[in-house]
Design a protein around this ligand. Structure first.
Ligand SMILES: Nc1nc2c(ncn2[C@@H]2O[C@H](COP(=O)(O)OP(=O)(O)OP(=O)(O)O)[C@@H](O)[C@H]2O)c(=O)[nH]1
Ligand SMILES: [Mg+2]
Length: 675
């Protein structure tokens, strides 16, 4: 029998019940005999000590079960927005998803963000409205919120009874239910003309089986979203969801053909500290003892493989298309790396990068080196923390999504690495965008250029969100490709710190002039470094030229702005509004219903923490606010600067002095590269 695999993500706003549902699905599939509990710290997927202590998921975890001949690899993801990077990595390897929504809290901000990402990536998605046994659980209200705020093509799959009680249950509809078949036909007819024709002709044209098949087909094409209700805590509705997963989501047959191609979505360290890469294979096969390419330049022999199959990971000789495997032996591999042949379309980021940062300080100054190594290991699992070493101040900083992530990093450093650290206050990461066009050129053997290279660069603004684009306008062939590469790499590195010290982005840099001195020699034919251009000449000259062009262009410092959605008692709005103004928040819409009001608007990321702190006092403890990154906007008022950690090419003389000092420290002559 052909084995089929479904890689299924469970996604939701924090605390909606993903981990509890995962536990229930494992139980229903017979993988575990007892249902573990998040609150008691006994679930399969919240297995880290920190997750058990805190009762929240921090890292994505994979478990598996079999259903109707399909191996389901289930990825339980974290819901807290501080760990959105984990969700992002899981998203790139999914065949289908279950979006969990709390029947009490309803559609929450993170629910919408996740749904949008699932739709952009065309991931077939079922919805599970959880916690129907909790007081305040809704049914019609939930369906309405789903259709208004998530998707107009939601299809309820059954009815719920005794909502808000321990006895709450879910009854799936079937072909005997005329209202259900009529509604199904109506929704499916939107995309299928033969159903439309049969629908118009009247009942006789329908076969229920045909409708179910069409429902599965349209779910797989992400045209409709079936909605189930239930309780992960009591198990109500979980069997129906389980059947829905098998019937409606697309399991792939294992094709072994094609070149090996996969993607790493999780990195873990084994008991002996060895690196384990979780890879989803898209085509081909990876085998033990075979060499495999990964990332930009990595290549190593795979020493062991285990594949998820019906409950646990088992040792195997190979992992093939459609499957998820754990790979040992690939020492330098990073999260996000391609394994084998990279897929054609490089994955785009679905969520905004971190907008906060902090300096990590070891309590014992002698631990500085160990701290750097430890943070490096954390960055293997989560590159977005973007560990930076400021050589001038001897400080290490990391990027963050929020305070919970900061606490988790602190706790991980203590428990896994024995490092006691403190953090400086969290600050906002701004960006710089060029406002005009600037150009500069330094020519070979023309004073004051001290380097054996010609570099001309022009920088100009590009569309928002486009990043940094490098273009060669100077003719290729006018110098060796390695020198062009040295210029491009240096341009990207230099733009990490603009005029005010922030990363420069949304711009195009064109190389307008190039030139080099070939292998020159006096009298004899040996290469003479002092008379010939080297890669080092380009690496040193480029920052000077680029920063001079950038100063001419000028930059504007932009700060991250969040969208907030705030619910509070209507009678507290009078005191809330002035407080929001003091926090530089700009409310744009206000809806008052009965005794409660909802305000939506913008707030600088730097003020979000302040808003969260003040909210309870301003709303008698009843206010709830959700904030999500929206965009960057020019800073109003005092322009924040970030201390430089590069060697400051803004001041030419100072830069040249430092370059000279470094060269003399590292053995006078710059190394020869690029030949
Ligand atoms: N009453 C009730 N409580 C539930 C249900 N499902 C989960 N819970 C509770 O809700 C809380 C959060 O459950 P989790 O399963 O950890 O939720 P999660 O979505 O995995 O949370 P994160 O991974 O941290 O985002 C726990 O206290 C659960 O016991 C349910 O169906 N009914
Ligand atoms: Mg969880």
């Amino acid at each position: 029998m052909l084995r089929r695999t479904l890689n299924l993500g469970i996604l939701a706003h924090v605390d909606a019940g993903k981990t509890t549902l995962t536990e229930r699905l494992l139980y229903a599939a017979g993988v575990i005999d007892e249902v573990g509990s998040v609150d008691a710290g006994t679930t399969q997927t919240d297995s880290l000590a920190l997750e058990r202590q805190r009762g929240i998921t921090i890292k994505s975890a994979v478990v598996s079960f079999a259903i109707d001949g399909v191996t389901v690899n289930l990825i339980d993801t974290p819901g807290h927005p501080d760990f959105i990077a984990e969700v992002e990595r899981a998203l790139s390897v999914l065949d289908g998803a279950v979006l969990v929504i709390s029947a009490v809290e309803g559609v929450q901000p993170q629910t919408r963000i996740l749904m949008r990402a699932l739709q952009r990536l065309c991931v077939p998605t079922l919805m599970f409205v959880n916690k129907i046994g909790r007081r305040g659980a809704g049914y019609e209200r939930l369906l309405q919120a789903i259709s208004e705020r998530l998707t107009p093509t939601a299809v309820p799959m059954g009815s719920a009874r005794e909502l808000g009680t321990r006895a709450a249950g879910f009854a799936p509809w079937d072909g005997a239910d005329a209202a259900f078949t009529a509604r199904l036909a109506e929704v499916l007819a939107e995309q299928n003309d033969s159903i439309l024709a049969a629908y118009v002709d009247g009942e006789a044209g329908f076969s229920y089986r045909w409708l179910r098949e069409e429902l599965a087909a349209q779910t797989r094409r992400v045209l409709v979203h079936p909605v189930f209700f239930g309780s992960a805590l009591t198990g109500a509705g979980v069997d129906s969801l389980m059947s829905g997963i098998a019937e409606l989501l697309p399991a792939a047959g294992r094709g072994i053909g094609g070149p090996a191609s996969g993607r790493v979505f999780k990195i873990e360290r084994g008991a002996a500290g060895e690196k384990i890469a979780y890879v989803r294979m898209f085509s081909g096969t990876v085998r033990t003892r075979h060499r495999v390419r990964f990332g930009r330049n990595g290549e190593r022999k795979v020493t062991a493989i285990s594949v998820f199959a019906g409950g646990s990971a088992v040792q195997r000789e190979s992992v093939s298309a459609g499957e998820i495997g754990k790979l040992w032996g690939l020492a330098e591999i990073q999260v996000g790396d391609a394994v084998g042949t990279p897929r054609k379309h490089a994955e785009q980021h679905q969520f905004a990068p971190p907008t906060l940062e902090t300096v990590v300080v070891p309590r014992n100054p002698n631990d500085n080196g160990a701290l750097r190594v430890a943070l490096g290991k954390l960055a293997e699992q989560d590159p977005l923390i973007n560990v930076r070493q400021d050589d001038t101040r001897q400080e290490i900083s990391v990027s963050l999504y929020g305070e919970v992530q900061k606490e988790v990093i602190g706790a991980t450093l203590a428990t896994d690495f024995g490092l006691d650290v403190s953090f400086r206050e969290t600050t906002t990461i701004c960006i710089e965008r060029p406002v005009g066009t600037g150009a500069a050129v330094e020519r070979l053997r023309e004073a004051p250029n001290p380097f054996l290279a010609t570099v001309g660069l022009r920088i100009e603004p590009a569309t928002v969100g486009s990043g940094v684009e490098f273009r060669r306008e100077a003719e290729l062939g006018s110098m060796p490709l390695a020198f062009f590469r040295a210029v491009e790499d240096t341009v990207r590195a230099t733009l990490r710190q603009g005029i005010y010290g922030w990363a420069v982005t949304d711009c195009t840099v064109a190389m307008t002039h190039s030139g080099y001195l070939g292998k020159h020699s006096l009298g004899h034919q040996r290469f003479n470094k002092s008379m010939s251009s080297t890669g080092e000449d380009y690496r040193k000259l480029t920052p000077l030229v680029l920063m001079s062009a950038l100063q001419q262009a000028g930059t504007v410092v932009c700060e991250p702005i969040h969208r907030f959605c705030l619910d509070a008692p209507a009678d507290t709005i009078g005191s809330l509004l002035p407080a929001l103004t003091r926090l530089q928040a700009v409310p744009q819409t206000q809806v008052t219903k009965d005794a409660s009001a909802t305000l939506q608007g913008d707030i600088p990321a730097a003020r979000v923490h302040g808003l969260r702190q003040q909210l309870p006092a301003l709303t008698r403890g009843e206010g709830v606010v959700e904030c999500t990154f929206d965009r960057y906007e020019p800073v109003r008022g005092t322009i924040p600067t970030r201390p430089r950690s590069d060697c400051n090419p803004l001041n030419r003389d100072e830069y040249l002095r430092r370059v000279a000092r470094r060269a003399s420290r590292t053995g006078n002559e710059p190394p020869e590269t690029g030949r």
